[in-house]
Design a protein around this ligand. Structure first.
Ligand SMILES: Nc1ncnc2c1ncn2[C@@H]1O[C@H](COP(=O)(O)OP(=O)(O)OP(=O)(O)O)[C@@H](O)[C@H]1O
Length: 261
């Protein structure tokens, strides 16, 4: 189900420039489809929010974009090429709830995982790797926690550490699953500041986002999803009350500040 707003998108992006393009993507768990026939071409150097109710398939969309779950049908390309050739250019920050925080690992070791391509097969960590990981930790304000076990961090601190790991990867596309869920205002600002600086470097950001009141402040584009893609495009023309009502099945009681009519 595509919305008419797509037709007035001012600058359709060339497939070769798009960090992520989904074509007719359908993913199922057993017999139950989680997303169906999603067609989206994400814009380079932009921040895009994926929005939809619980169970709409948002995490599934990110996981299929990363090759973690295999589609039943459809295709994923990154910069116009098959995902398998471009996977190293994509960083992923998973939903916090999906991570085993009891795993005995220090903060610095988590961030060093982002440097896996530089560490090579033997994984020998040298001073320059530690310095690079520390620089990423300080970018998210977590340099004082390098030797802490990850299980001993607060939720917001855990989120920052995973963002630091993604930064260490030096990716061109960042996929984040609810990066702002359950974090306080200071952490939210810290994360948004980092994402904006990535964007200013020309990198692309796609984030699952639940707080409808901040969509138009933080993002330029939205993809509205409820198993089917409801609409995709610029916030101004796509994040409308009409589209939100379709997306949430009429369950949103009031009109939203920041949303178009
Ligand atoms: N591993 C799995 N096995 C079976 N079904 C799954 C699995 N993962 C997700 N699902 C189902 O697929 C559908 C989409 O789930 P998904 O987690 O992608 O939704 P979501 O939009 O990210 O939800 P939320 O906002 O609650 O995080 C749901 O009905 C969910 O129960």
């Amino acid at each position: 189900m595509l919305d008419a707003t797509q037709a007035i998108d001012p600058e359709p992006v060339d497939l070769a420039d798009s960090p992520l393009a989904l074509r007719g993507l359908t993913v199922a768990y057993g017999d139950s489809p989680a997303i169906e026939a999603v067609d989206a071409t994400f814009q380079p150097g932009q921040m895009t929010a994926i929005i939809g109710p619980n169970g709409a398939g948002k995490s599934t969309l990110l996981k299929s974009a990363l090759g973690i779950v295999r589609p039943v049908s459809g295709r994923v390309t990154c910069w116009g090429r098959p995902l398998s050739r471009q996977r190293y250019r994509i960083a992923y920050v998973p939903q916090r709830a999906s991570v085993d925080w009891d795993f005995p690992t220090r903060v610095l070791d988590v961030v060093l995982m982002g440097l896996y391509r530089q560490l090579g097969l033997l994984g020998r960590v040298r001073a320059r790797h530690r310095d690079a990981a520390m620089a990423c930790l300080s970018r998210v304000g977590m340099e004082g926690f390098a030797t802490r076990q990850i299980g001993q961090l607060s939720g917001g601190q855990q989120q920052r550490v995973f963002l630091a790991r993604a930064l260490a990867q030096g990716a061109d596309l960042y996929l984040l699953d609810e990066p702002l869920a359950g974090v306080d205002a200071a952490t939210e600002k810290a994360i948004i500041d980092v994402l904006k600086s990535l964007k200013s470097e020309g990198r692309s950001i796609v984030a699952v986002h639940h707080d409808l009141s901040t969509v138009s402040t933080y993002f330029e584009r939205v993809l509205l999803l409820n198993r089917h893609q409801i609409a995709e495009g610029p916030v101004l023309t796509t994040f409308t009350n009409a589209n939100l009502h379709i997306t949430y099945g009429g369950r949103l009681a009031a009109t939203l500040p920041g949303a178009g009519s």
